[in-house]
Design a protein. Structure first.
Lengths: 576, 100
């Protein structure tokens, strides 16, 4: 992509330097050809055309001529100063203005042609070696021509001349009303068939918010983005929001984790957010969305990363003060320039305006981390659909830039308390979605935090209680009772009760052990005494056996003796 | 009344694009108009923008042909076109009394 863009010196396209436009057209306007730019009043034709010239003169070494049919060159130059284009610095040798407004006292009688102007331009462009030329509001001069044939003739004359001179021409013309689609019916509609490139600007009001769109209608010999792209007139000119086309850029995917600023949340996420991921924090008002964003910003600054914090709800100083109350100290980073706070309350306009402003700010600040609090404000300004596409592009852009993006989104308290309806459907695009909720129990509202999704990371599925204190943000363990998560006082009570219960159990255990010990000792003693008794019995028994034997021996001896003495019966000895 | 008009001299400058059709017509139309209304009290300068583009640029001439009336009116009047429509032309030049 980059290699392609570096080749333009010989390329067939003349870069306009308009952010987004060169992307849509694949490099700019067709070089040496004519482009027609049509749009309603105030649609930004003149600014776009002048920006094309200024860019050419300043960056492409292509001097340009601006033929002003409508506004005087002085006024155009004055308007350009507002964009910091410094026309005076360039001087008429680089950008030459030709005042060609028909004077009010002009009387017309019969046919005329643009031969005089072209003769003059011929001389001027040769002298300046002009490469680019703008005819602003050609319709003004065409309107003076008596009939369609004459108009056509003069446009052909102009076109022929441009082609012959090899100039990159840009002709602007008004389209009737705001409806750019009807320009085919305009008197100069045939011009659209003649030119090589057609661009339509439209300016509409959607739900009270101005919305500018640009569409490339045709581009001969080139592919281009055919969709309508929102654009706005920003601080430095026209900026077109270009949606990344397929295969636009190979995104760098990082495995690096960045801290969320809350230690336990990092654990829940398995290490933190991915670098370059888009994180969405949804929740009802007061569920500490801003606090979590602040914690993230602080952690980023602590790592030494440049961070941009865009707050839509409150003033930058308010945010800093409020976050300081939960010991998130952003002021020092603001002082050393690492953090940039932007309060967007003052920005009015379409969601597109916000996006471009944020992009510009982030670019200026070279931010690596970006916080938008809350992104849901966008849907207020203009249509929901527009806000959605803007949010989509915000995420796309942040990813392409490798910026870690954290947005908060306010959920309507009146909407369902379920976690489903996140506004603008960013939730489907975000990589990590954290939902904050109030859990009402026992007359208390406590903050609960749940990770609804986190792509590519193992994450905790438990709802945790988020506690804000003057020492910081912490997540606590939760207790479950009867399938419900206990929080706040109930959790505290449960904790207390559980503590007491443990103590009782412990004491009981101890007591039991003592008792068992005692029983054991007693048994041992008894065993000992029984053993002694046993031994005594055994001794006694042995003694008894001995005495019996002795007596028996004596008896038999006595009998033998008696027998011997009697000497009568011999069987007695055999009986034995 | 008649005497005063006789005294006024008309000075014209006509910017033409070479001999392009409209320009040639304008020269012819102006000449015949002067012949009809301003006999001996007019002067016509013809500037060819092809030959003298710088002058046309300085004078802010874009459309050809352009007729500029330098006098007698204080503010120069510009008339663009082949000068074929006599009525508006005379009006612009302040000669419509004659035509009427």
């Amino acid at each position: 992509m980059k290699a392609l863009r570096r080749s333009p010196p010989k390329s067939a396209k003349a870069p306009t330097g308009i952010a987004g436009f060169d992307e849509i057209t694949g490099g700019g306007l067709p070089r040496g050809r004519t482009t027609l730019l049509v749009g309603g009043p105030g649609s930004g034709k003149t600014i776009l055309a002048l920006q094309f010239l200024v860019h050419g003169a300043r960056h492409c070494r292509e001097p340009g001529v601006f033929v002003a049919f409508e506004e005087t060159s002085k006024r155009i130059a004055g308007n350009a100063e507002g964009f910091g284009w410094k026309l005076a610095e360039l001087g008429p040798r680089k950008v030459f203005f030709l005042d060609a407004q028909p004077t009010p006292d002009l009387v017309q009688s019969g046919n005329f042609d643009l031969g005089g102007m072209l003769a003059m331009l011929e001389a001027q462009t040769r002298q300046m070696r002009t490469r680019r030329i703008v005819f602003d509001a050609l319709d003004i001069v065409l309107a003076l021509l008596p009939d369609a044939a004459a108009r056509r003739r003069e446009v052909y004359r102009l076109h022929e001349w441009l082609l012959k001179r090899g100039l990159t021409g840009l002709i602007t013309a008004k389209a009737g009303g705001d409806e750019a689609t009807t320009i085919g019916a305009q008197p100069f509609g045939f011009m659209q068939f003649m030119v090589d490139c057609g661009v339509i600007l439209s300016h509409s009001v959607v739900m009270g918010v101005s919305q500018r769109n640009l569409r490339v209608q045709k581009y001969r010999g080139s592919s281009f983005d055919e969709n309508e792209s929102p654009f706005l007139i920003g601080a430095s000119g026209v900026e077109v929001a270009s949606a990344p086309t397929l295969g636009h850029a190979q995104r760098k995917v990082s495995n690096e984790r960045v801290s969320s600023g809350v230690a336990r949340l990092d654990t829940m996420l398995g290490g933190g957010y991915y670098r370059g991921a888009s994180v969405l924090i949804t929740g009802f008002p007061g569920t500490a969305k801003t606090t979590l964003s602040g914690a993230f910003a602080e952690a980023a600054c602590k790592r030494g990363e440049r961070t941009l914090f865009v707050s839509f709800d409150s003033d930058a100083n308010e945010v800093i003060r409020d976050l300081a109350s939960v010991s998130i100290r952003l002021d020092r980073y603001l002082k050393n320039g690492r953090l940039r706070m932007a309060s967007a309350r003052t920005i009015t306009g379409s969601a597109e305006t916000y996006l471009v402003r944020i992009k510009t700010l982030a670019h200026e600040h070279q931010a690596r981390c970006l916080v938008i609090d809350p992104v849901s404000t966008w849907s207020r300004s203009g249509s929901e659909a527009a806000a959605h596409t803007v949010a989509e592009r915000l995420i796309d852009w942040a990813k392409a830039e490798g910026i870690t993006l954290l947005c908060t989104s306010l959920l309507d308290e009146m909407s369902s308390q379920s976690e489903g309806g996140s506004s603008q459907q960013i939730s489907t695009l975000a990589d990590t979605w954290i939902h904050l909720n109030y859990l009402v129990q026992a007359g208390e509202r406590n903050r609960g935090l749940a990770i609804i999704k986190s792509r590519g990371t193992a994450h905790s599925n438990q709802v945790r209680e988020l506690i804000l204190s003057d020492t910081g943000v912490t997540l606590t363990d939760t207790y479950r009772a009867g399938g419900e998560v206990l929080m706040g006082t109930m959790r505290w009570e449960k904790e207390r009760a559980e503590g007491a219960a443990t103590e009782v159990t412990e004491v009981a255990g101890k007591l039991k052990r003592v008792r068992l010990d005692a029983e054991e000792a007693e048994l041992l003693v008894r065993m000992k005494s029984l053993q002694v008794e046993l031994e005594a019995k055994q001794v006694e028994k042995a003694l008894l056996a001995r005495t019996t034997a002795t007596r028996k021996g004596e008896e038999s001896r006595g009998l033998t003796r008696m027998g011997e003495l009697r000497g009568a019966d011999a069987e007695t000895s055999g009986r034995k | 009344m008649k005497a005063r008009r006789k005294a006024t001299k008309y000075k014209f400058r006509l910017y033409v694009a070479g001999d392009a059709q409209n320009s040639a017509q304008a020269v012819a139309n102006l000449t015949s108009l002067c012949k009809a209304y301003l006999v001996n009290r007019h002067a016509i300068e013809v500037v060819n923008v092809f030959r003298d583009p710088k002058r046309a640029l300085a004078d802010g001439i874009l459309m050809t042909p352009t007729l500029v009336k330098l006098s007698p009116t204080p503010a120069p009047r510009r008339i663009v076109g082949s000068l074929s429509q006599t009525q508006p032309l005379l009006q612009a030049l302040g000669l419509h009394h004659h035509a009427g």
